[in-house]
Design a protein around this ligand. Structure first.
Ligand SMILES: [Zn+2]
Length: 432
């Protein structure tokens, strides 16, 4: 972007990188974390990686990854995602990007990585599925991709609270119920003897309570792995992230989780939140919590609780509820002090929308590489992600990005255009 802004006078990439590295060094927050877990079924898994590198080997362009996988019907999908998802995301980002471009490319790379991971897992023909809450912290920029009902919240240093993940629980998400019904799925409660309907809304076949996940190949393919993605920039006063599985959120509200742990170091805070959740509801589910403090350099303890507007429940709704169809691109740039700036948010399940090249950086998709699985294609082999879509009357099947045959098949299945493998097990089983 910087190169573009300079007009015809191109600044060499090496110079740009050096400038970025210098300013980054000064401006980089300290990232401290802790995690705690109490296990009931052994299906919660976490991935914590502190020193990932944007430019391999330079030791300076580091970013951190914090991810939570809450498996169901077994742990195979959660383990598979833990082992492969990060790599699949990073493989979808071109290697020659500046930091700003890298951050701008992340939302689409997250979509490609999630879909590829789900598709690859399907070929292993194992049952089970997993929620994913995937957090990437680069400087003051936090990017969160989520499927399922684990949750990531942010409390900024001045005490405002933001939801950074979506809730893909059918019970709580009418838009997703509509999408699944339109794709040929059936949404309803469990039928027991006598015809009474009990329990939460589930999707049939399969009986899953979630509308999005990785895995779940025995459930309809309209249970998609396309993540909700939100990217924000914290002020350099920092903030605290709490990433937890539903074992915590079924017992505690966001305010309760924040209040019971405010002022404590991250590791103690994570323990406290899990302890509190188990105290309220008993150990009924795997209960996992990751706390991440993003702090001004050398400020080793989180803000003194007495300085905060504690307990006021200052839920900022700058992220007003949008429809899943909306995209937002706000101008990155001058952030006011103590304000969390929203950079990007998109939750649509449609790949054509999520992989579109609209996002204001140069097109990151290469002509003969599949935008999802990154496989190399022969000329004329790729299928435009817009194929079959006639939005606003302009069908542009020659426009990229392009998908390989196999990923195009996956796309059609997710949109309900391919009959599901199995529609026999209707309401015979239920899963949580
Ligand atoms: Zn592909």
């Amino acid at each position: 972007m910087a190169a573009k802004a300079a007009g015809n006078q191109t600044v060499p990439l090496a110079v740009l990188l050096k400038r970025e590295l210098t300013s980054e060094k000064i401006d980089k927050p300290d990232v401290l974390h802790g995690q705690a877990s109490q296990s009931k079924k052994g299906e919660d898994f976490t991935l914590l990686k502190l020193d990932c590198q944007r430019i391999p080997g330079d030791g300076v362009t580091t970013f951190s990854v914090f991810a939570l996988f809450d498996g169901h019907n077994g742990s195979a999908a959660a383990i598979y995602a833990k082992e492969n998802l990060l790599n699949n995301i990073l493989c979808a980002i071109p290697s020659d990007l500046s930091r700003d471009e890298w951050l701008a490319a992340l939302p689409r790379a997250l979509v490609a990585g999630f879909v590829k991971t789900d598709k690859d897992f399907q070929t292993r023909a194992r049952t089970s599925g997993t929620t994913v809450t995937f957090v990437i912290i680069d400087g003051w920029v936090v990017t969160v991709a989520s499927v399922g009902d684990s949750r990531c919240i942010l409390e900024s240093a001045e005490g405002s609270v933001y939801y950074l993940s979506a809730d893909h629980r059918l019970e709580a998400n009418e838009e997703e119920v509509e999408r699944i019904t339109a794709s040929g799925g059936e949404v309803g409660r469990l039928n027991v003897v006598g015809g009474a309907e009990i329990g939460p809304l589930r999707c049939w076949p399969g009986g899953l309570c979630l509308s999005r996940s990785i895995g779940d190949m025995d459930v309809g393919e309209f249970i998609v792995p396309v993540p909700h993605v939100k990217q924000v920039k914290l002020s350099n006063a920092g903030g605290r992230l709490i990433i937890s599985s539903d074992g915590v959120w079924d017992a505690l509200t966001c305010e309760e989780a924040l209040n019971c742990s405010r002022g404590l170091p991250a590791d103690v805070a994570a323990n406290q939140i899990v302890k509190e959740a188990v105290q309220v509801k008993g150990l009924r589910d795997d209960t996992t919590c990751i706390v991440v403090d993003i702090l001004p350099p050398e400020k080793v303890t989180p803000t003194d609780p007495s300085q905060k507007r504690q307990g006021m429940g200052v839920f900022k709704n700058m992220f007003r509820r949008r429809s899943c169809e909306s995209t937002s691109h706000s101008d990155r740039g001058y952030s006011q002090p103590d304000v969390v700036e929203e950079i990007f948010e998109e939750g649509s399940a449609m790949l054509a929308k999520r992989l579109d090249a609209e996002y204001p950086i140069r097109n990151m998709f290469k002509l003969f590489i599949c935008a999802v699985c990154q496989v190399e294609m022969k000329p004329n082999e790729g299928i435009s992600v817009h194929a079959g879509l006639s939005q606003h009357g302009k069908l542009r099947p020659w426009d990229g990005p392009f998908l390989c045959q196999s990923c195009q098949g996956k796309k059609e299945a997710m949109e309900g255009k391919r009959p599901s493998r199995d529609s026999s097990s209707r309401r015979s089983t239920g899963s949580e």
